[in-house]
Design a protein around this ligand. Structure first.
Ligand SMILES: *Cc1c(COP(=O)(O)O)cnc(C)c1O
Length: 242
């Protein structure tokens, strides 16, 4: 078994254990491997070990891998902030987008998806930590944006995504996750829709996220190992602008 396959098994075991501890069914929790900075060969390795969808936070890098792995069953989830002028690329190749944070971006994605004859699974990114440098809508603005999104036929809006505060202080991380559960409940009450997806939890905090109802875990380093220089995502790839 390769390292990646072994890491994957280990993460899946940890997910099952954490889910059991809080009485959840591990089948309700999807693992989204995050392959950013890793070459297509690593994605293929994880694909052979059973993974189908992969998370990438940069559009150009995701597109390069999409092209490199054309002809496989691999699907792509863009999980990083997106400028409206790059919506056209995401509309072309992504199956899922987890960082929707404005009406303007939603409109542009929908327009481009209609042109492509495609649909996109979407999560609204919420800034649950209140850190000014983090992307995402404010928790208080989420219901309003969610209501506006019903106008866009090409967007299948499934729920919420967040990045918790990056700290070893578990209580502060938990606060972010609890805030997300509150926002999800507000949305459910305001709209009568289920908004079932809660994407939260990464390599350092996914077990805590499971305790707080996460349904999608975005895990990079625990599966693929330490990240390479983010500007050189695989040998011989795109030029670097700094
Ligand atoms: C990189 C990244 C992850 C995964 O982080 P790890 O610590 O490697 O597990 C999750 N979510 C987003 C948005 C990311 O950019």
């Amino acid at each position: 078994m390769t390292d990646i396959a072994a890491n994957l098994r280990a993460v899946q075991t940890r997910i099952a254990t954490a889910a059991a501890r809080v009485g959840r069914d591990a089948a309700d929790i999807r693992l989204l491997p995050v392959s950013k900075t890793k070459p297509p060969e690593c994605v293929l390795e994880a694909h052979r070990a059973g993974c189908v969808r992969f998370g990438e936070n940069k559009v150009q890098e995701a597109m390069d891998k999409w092209e490199a792995l054309a002809g496989t069953a691999v699907e792509w989830a863009v999980i990083g902030h997106l400028q409206s002028n790059k919506a056209k690329y995401v509309a072309r190749f992504a199956t899922e987008f987890q960082a929707l944070d404005s009406l303007r971006l939603a409109r542009e994605l929908d327009r481009r998806l209609q042109q492509e004859g495609r649909r996109l699974e979407v999560l609204i990114q919420v800034n649950s930590s209140g850190e000014p440098q983090k992307f995402g809508v404010e928790p208080e603005e989420t219901v309003e944006l969610a209501r506006q999104l019903t106008a866009f036929d090409a967007l299948a809006v499934r729920g919420l995504m967040t990045l918790a505060v990056f700290t070893s202080d578990r209580e502060r991380v938990s606060q972010c996750f609890r805030r997300m559960q509150e926002v999800q409940r507000e949305l459910q009450q305001a709209t009568g829709e289920p908004w079932p997806e809660l994407s939260m939890g990464m390599s350092g905090d996914f077990e805590l996220a499971i305790e707080h109802g996460a349904t999608c875990l975005r895990v990079g380093q625990a599966i693929f190992g330490n990240r390479l220089d983010p500007n050189h995502y695989w040998p011989g790839s795109m030029p670097v602008q700094s």
